[in-house]
Design a protein around this ligand. Structure first.
Ligand code: KG4
Ligand code: ZN
Length: 370
């Protein structure tokens, strides 16, 4: 007979965009199950996420996704002590499906309900552990960097309360990766493949120095890093445009930009990608340097889909070691959208006594955090 799990046993739903996710977490923050059902195949023919299709797919996927999560956790739905769901931000039709399911479940089971901000989920996800191990305690003070397809933002977190310090003024970092990848014929989301291709470029790794702005790849391609004056804010649209222009020029000069279906275009295109990635990551390091000049912090927690980026993980690791900052990088399996991070944020709310009334919560496509 297995030992009872530490209470509360939480079930979370996350449907803010195109992934249908359900997770079960125990009171120690151990992830008992985290199931993410991807809708990519349904959106593939359109080259991006189609909101109406996303809502319909969430409804279609939910029964199997939740059944799989409960089965993997080895618990029956009646054993769940609390329910959580993402309230926003995201696609409103997608949010509505998951939030309604979560609210209905909490109401029907007569259990507490936690409405979670999507970014709050990402923000605390670096403290989750894999293989059913308990989550590590959240530091009283830390800086959170969330880098995803929809967000690039810095937060100061004090005793579990987040304040936004900076955000992107235009594109998110992941969005820039996706748009650059699209130009090479890569399917959405192109970020992971752009990252892999950049790794194969024959470039001179200039390493990371104190001067992180204007990193050069192979000396041939150099992209300016957006400065945004002295602000902490991010900007990725200029870098995206510079990169697309460089690719355009390359194509006009006879370079092969076709990387679709496993094809390998020209080596120069790979160099462009490597320079793009280096500059994108350099901007993050630059903003962390700026922040350090005005705010002391000992811990940096990095999360979001783009936190899987290999150069980002390397450069931030080097930067943190140089500056004596503890680096908490989200485990790869929780970097993209998932429900374990939503359950975890709900557990932290539960510990602070912050439950919500399911009858008075609505989905919010735009919802600031902090
Ligand atoms: O957090 P996430 O799953 O969804 C949002 O909330 O946006 O992040 C998805 C984003 C996509 O833009 C995807 O291309 C990007 O993360 N991404 C990457 C990598 N892995 C995922 N971007 C760059 N390098 C990667 N290795
Ligand atoms: Zn996300």
């Amino acid at each position: 007979m297995s030992l009872p799990r530490p209470a509360p046993l939480l079930l979370a739903v996350e449907t803010s965009c195109d992934d249908t996710a359900c997770a079960v977490l125990d009171g120690d923050g151990c992830v008992l199950a985290s199931v993410v059902s991807s809708q990519l195949a349904a959106h593939q023919p359109y080259g991006g996420v189609v909101p109406e299709i996303a809502s319909r797919e969430h409804l279609r996927n939910w029964p199997a996704t939740s059944a799989n999560a409960l089965a993997a956790a080895g618990v029956g739905v009646g054993e769940i002590d609390a329910v959580a769901a993402t309230r926003g931000p995201g696609l409103v039709g997608s949010l509505l499906v998951g939030l309604s399911l979560g609210k209905a479940l909490a109401y029907a089971l007569d259990r507490p309900f936690y409405a979670v901000h999507h970014l709050e989920g990402h923000l605390f996800s670096p403290f989750l552990r894999r293989n059913g191990e308990p989550a590590v305690p959240i530091p009283e003070h830390f800086v959170g960097l969330v880098v995803s397809g929809g967000h690039t933002a810095l937060f100061g977190v004090e005793h579990g309360v987040a304040t936004q310090l900076a955000a992107t003024r235009d594109d998110a970092m992941g969005e820039a990766f996706d748009k650059v990848g699209k130009r090479l014929g890569l399917p959405f989301p192109a970020g992971p493949v752009v990252d892999q291709l950049a790794d194969t470029a024959d470039t001179v790794d200039t390493g990371s120095t104190g001067n992180t702005v204007g990193t050069v790849a192979n000396g041939r391609y150099r992209f300016k890093t957006a400065r945004c004056g002295t602000a902490l804010d991010f900007s990725y649209s200029g870098l995206k445009t510079q990169t697309l222009r460089a690719l355009e020029r390359l194509e006009q000069a006879g370079g092969d930009l076709d990387f679709s279906a496993g094809r390998r275009g020209s080596d120069e295109a790979l160099e462009v990608l490597a320079a793009f990635r280096a500059s994108a990551v350099a901007q993050l390091v630059d903003r962390l340097e700026r922040l350090r000049r005005v705010r002391r912090f000992d811990c940096l927690a990095v999360s979001g889909g783009v936190a899987a980026n290999r150069l980002l993980r390397r450069r931030l690791g080097e930067w943190a070691a140089r500056r004596g900052v503890d680096l908490a990088l989200v485990p790869l399996e929780y970097s993209g959208d998932n429900a374990a991070m939503i359950a975890h944020a709900a557990l932290l709310r539960h510990r602070r006594g912050l439950a919500d009334d399911p009858r008075s919560i609505d989905a919010e496509s735009r919802l600031p955090l902090g």
